[in-house]
Design a protein around this ligand. Sequence first.
Ligand SMILES: Cc1cc2nc3c(=O)[nH]c(=O)nc-3n(C[C@H](O)[C@H](O)[C@H](O)COP(=O)(O)O)c2cc1C
Length: 450
Amino acid sequence: MSTRKQIILGAYLGGVNHHTAWWDERAGSQIDFSTFEHTARTAERGKFDFFFLAEGLALRERAGQVFDQDIVGRPDTLPVLASIAAVTTHLGLAGTINATFNEPYELARQFASLDHLSGGRAAWNVVTSFDAFTGQNFRRGGFLDRAQRYERAEEFIATVRELWDSWDEGDLVADKETGTFLRRSDAGSFRHAGPQFDIHGRFTVPRSPQGRPVLLQAGVSPQGRDFAAANADAIFSPYGQLPEAADFYRDVKARVVAAGRSADDVKILPSAGFVIGDTAAEAREKYEEVRRGQVTGQTALILLEQVWNRDLSAYDPEGPLPDVEPDADAPQIIQGKAFTFQDRFETVAKWRQVAETKNLNLRELVIDQFERGPFVGTASEIAAQIDDFVQNDGSDGLIIGSHLVPWGLDDFVDQVVPLLQERGSLRADYTGSTLRNNLGLPAVRSTELV
Ligand SMILES: Cc1cc2nc3c(=O)[nH]c(=O)nc-3n(C[C@H](O)[C@H](O)[C@H](O)COP(=O)(O)O)c2cc1C
């Protein structure tokens, strides 16, 4: 039995953005079922733990104009996951849904239903949504600031758990001989009275195969980290490169232990991209070509504007970084994009230093800093890079997306997966029937239930 840390793998399929090669003649639709189906089947062939969808609830805008590419490619998460459940058998199904604009009863029901339909493969990536602009699409509007969004999320999760736990394993008897349908007449009863939610009634979905669907979290502020440490089974992280990745890993695992859990109970999974070549030089060339196609001069300026919060259109993308400071107080110029930088001024200072040290112009800096991963090289170099990253506690695994939708993941599965398996870092087959088992997470025991 190998003692190497086993790498967790998720497969990511996003909308059309600066990680997509939408112009490539082989690129398919980001919204057809066939795209989701092909990606999911490929991920399952590679024994990936789960398929993962992010959530975008508003078309992104720059100074009031929609980003063209954002118009396609963000169907609603739950129907997509339910349809993938029907064409796969072991792959986990992880959906990002925010806790700000939904209600606990509704989401608890949807995820418990997905867990039933998929035989125990459902996972919910809890996000708190990020801006009032997105909130405008909802009845409540942009009604909570960040700290309050986490307060709501905290009580949301507690309430959802109460709903999932309102049914115990043996409650649905349906014994034709004795005529007993329910073991206890109050199965599914719940009552929650708190500052955010005051609800009571009966929960309509009997206990699902995982007891509780797996919980992921994405959000990196101190509140976000504490929230994840207390509640999540895994974290979708933006830190795919050392040393930030290792700092995040150490920090979060310490918070998990401080929350009274075992460090291993919360898995850390950064998003990652890859480019494979037959030789290292070919891979590097292919990578430069893909990144320059993805990050055009105009895209580079838009990505920087998110941090500067200023109109930077007068700057030359092939020139130096803007010499002005960010404008933290102006209305947001870029709307609808998750802002994962904690401090504009610190980020700009760091980028200026990176640009100087690596001698990068504006566009090259964006290519460098807005990268996922990147794992670039021959298949064996990529396998080694990923393995070293995980074994050195950069993470517990990766959520991998390909720039070429839906075919790109095939190369990873055909070429890199067997090498990771040979290294003893990736299991050759699924070990359990539920996602919770496959991730090596502690089972939810009946005794924990009400
Ligand atoms: C890696 C990562 C991925 C995220 N993905 C999404 C997403 O798909 N949909 C969404 O609404 N918010 C997403 N968010 C935003 C978070 O929900 C959160 O609102 C935001 O990060 C602010 O919280 P924080 O200050 O704790 O980071 C993501 C955040 C991170 C760090």
